[in-house]
Design a protein around this ligand. Sequence first.
Ligand SMILES: [Zn+2]
Length: 183
Amino acid sequence: MIREVEYKGTTIKYNLTRKRVKNINLRIKPDCSVEVSANSRVSLEYLDSFVIKKGDFILKAFEDFKKKQSIELLPKYTIDEFETYVFGRFELTYKLFGQYRIDKPQLKFRKMKSRWGSCNYVKCIITLNKNLIYCTKEQIDYVIIHEFAHLIVPNHSKDFYNIVSGFCPEYKRIRKEMAGILI
Ligand SMILES: [Zn+2]
């Protein structure tokens, strides 16, 4: 069960598992997810306040994991290689989406802080994060497919992910792996 608490302006989500344990166990993973286990007698209110009490510790751990990841982050390609690859995949993805008869989108690059790509559905523009240069080809392919799928379904509904999974069946795993990369 996923629960959410607010601490110093940050939403901390934690995954609660009920187990036959004596104490409340809290674990923070490198992908910045929080696992909490407790026995069924401990109330949800108590668990929320427990997580809030550990707020400073949790936020500090998030910071440390992110710092560590940014040190490890190295570009995987030269800028030329990266652009050639992305333009090629963009053309290919446009062809793959041929059955949907979409207009060919314009491709733009920008440095973005919180997302890998965006799609302006109305203006038919796909913007990709320059930081994709740190990502694997599989991850780049997924982001391009994701943004193309927004030209058909603008939100993240079930219909949207049905389209994405048609072109990228492994999208859930890839998305999870990308969540751990700091941009
Ligand atoms: Zn999206």
